[in-house]
Design a protein around this ligand. Structure first.
Ligand SMILES: Cc1cc2nc3c(=O)[nH]c(=O)nc-3n(C[C@H](O)[C@H](O)[C@H](O)COP(=O)(O)OP(=O)(O)OC[C@H]3O[C@@H](n4cnc5c(N)ncnc54)[C@H](O)[C@@H]3O)c2cc1C
Length: 422
């Protein structure tokens, strides 16, 4: 069948299903249960696991039809974007059966327990240890920068399970219950005043053996899947502007409950538009400050908008590759890097326009302190999900085929490797 006919057939099918089932007054959990049972909530997932097995381009058709009638979608956050995709690719049927449905309904919140004080870019150098004890594993160590961990029910945890093999081959990926005595979550205050990430201390925390994603010591490939999806997301954040999303259809109980859930979720991420540079504010700010006829400022604005536009095209190319059935690949790194470049260019433009006023914080300041918040939030765009330098390394090696960065620690037992924490 041609692409056009496929699109029309899927649109007809989802429209008919929505006409029969979408009731704006239905309780949110009941509606999300229908999304899971019908597969329309995550149409690109396999049919046997709450999806409809549609290719990503057709999944976009479903989103558009939902928007048309104002129908609410699945739960949001690291659960649906990272944990579910990793469990689908590497998890056992038991894990899929236990965790995918509450991710769709939004009942379970997730966080990512990857980074450690001594291992961020060098993630495979992590030293949190898990030791087997019968049907369970006992975990000890410290994680850091863990977004949303203070609200999460479950964590995607990487821990070292074999010290006598090279570093990438001794890591296991666990699903850990965050609400247990062995886990302590301490929020960290950031320089922009928000506290969206945390330190997480694991002291004799327990994980069931059947909660391993993939196999013992094979956690690195599952972690790579999570990171690929995360980079795609970070690039998308870079594309997001500050405004409200369009909403259609009557606002009933379902939408109100979903809005409450989204507001609670967004509390953690409310500075993310600022982190992407708030390009939407640049032109209005230039006019408000009377700088829109300054040729140097105009040049900075034009180059920022040009960066943003080319990043959009890169993101489109990545979406097209995914629609063609390819896994997220190095174009995720390219998109991620473009989002940092754009955020930095926006930073420069805002600084040129606002001058010293841009440093003032709080009410009665420039854009109610938003400019200051942008200036101290954009550095995060080049760190989260892998730094700019790491994206450049990936592109150099995997896209351009340049020689690999020399390493001294990938072929020896991890126990022999000297790290900054041991
Ligand atoms: C907003 C935000 C949210 C985050 N959320 C999470 C989360 O939910 N879960 C989680 O686990 N982590 C999270 N992180 C952590 C993030 O993944 C790490 O901060 C990141 O990978 C960098 O690691 P690091 O901070 O240890 O820096 P380091 O790895 O110590 O890097 C320090 C500097 O050295 C450079 N560098 C390091 N290695 C190389 C190299 N080989 N070649 C060239 N330069 C190099 C880096 O580019 C950087 O400039 C988050 C970070 C941010 C900013």
């Amino acid at each position: 069948m041609s692409e056009e006919r496929d699109v029309a057939a899927v649109a007809d099918e989802v429209r008919a299903w929505l006409a029969e089932n979408w009731d704006p007054e239905r309780p949110l959990m009941e509606w999300r249960g229908l999304l899971a049972d019908s597969g329309w909530g995550c149409p690109a997932w396999p049919r046997e696991w709450y999806g409809r097995g549609l290719r990503p381009s057709l999944a976009g058709v479903v989103t558009a039809e939902f928007r048309e009638v104002g129908a609410v979608g699945t739960g949001v956050g690291a659960g649906v974007s990272l944990a579910a995709n990793t469990i689908l690719a590497h998890g056992s049927d038991e894990l899929k059966g236990t965790y995918l449905r509450p991710i769709i309904t939004g009942e379970h919140k997730w966080c990512q327990l990857f980074s450690e004080p001594g291992s961020g870019s060098d993630l495979a150098g992590l030293t949190t240890r898990a030791v087997r004890d019968g049907d369970e594993w006992v975990v000890n160590g410290q994680k850091v920068w863990n977004t949303g961990a203070q609200k999460a029910h479950y964590g995607m945890l990487l821990a070292r399970t074999d010290w006598d093999v090279p570093k990438h081959r001794g890591i296991t990926f666990f699903v850990v219950d965050m609400r247990q005595p062995g886990i302590e979550v301490r929020p960290l205050r950031q320089m922009n005043g928000h506290a969206s990430f945390n330190e997480v201390f694991l002291s004799d925390a327990r994980v069931r053996h059947d909660h391993i994603v993939g196999a013992v010591n094979a956690g690195w490939s599952a972690a790579v899947t999570t990171l690929m999806h995360e980079r795609g997301m970070a690039a998308a954040i870079g594309q997001r502007r500050g405004g409200k999303e369009r909403s259609a259809g009557p606002v009933g109980r379902t939408k109100r409950e979903a809005d409450e859930e989204t507001a609670a979720y967004r509390e953690t991420y409310k500075w993310y538009p600022q982190r992407a540079g708030r390009i939407d504010l640049i032109e209005p700010q230039a006019r408000a400050h009377g700088r829109d006829d300054d040729p140097v400022v105009r040049q900075a604005i034009a180059s920022t908008l040009a960066f943003e536009q080319s990043a959009r095209w890169t993101a489109k190319r990545a979406r097209a590759a995914r629609a063609a059935g390819k896994q997220p690949g190095p174009e995720g790194s390219l998109g991620k890097l473009s989002s940092s470049v754009t955020a930095r260019a926006a930073d420069r433009a805002h600084t040129m326009i606002a001058g010293a006023h841009g440093m003032l914080n709080g009410p009665d300041t420039d854009a109610d302190g938003l400019i200051a918040e942008i200036l101290v939030s954009t550095p995060a765009q080049s760190i989260a999900g892998g730094t700019d330098e790491i994206q450049r390394n990936i592109m150099g090696e995997r896209v351009l085929g340049l020689p690999k960065e020399p390493t001294v620690d990938t072929d020896v037992a991890f126990r022999e490797v000297r790290t900054n924490t041991r």
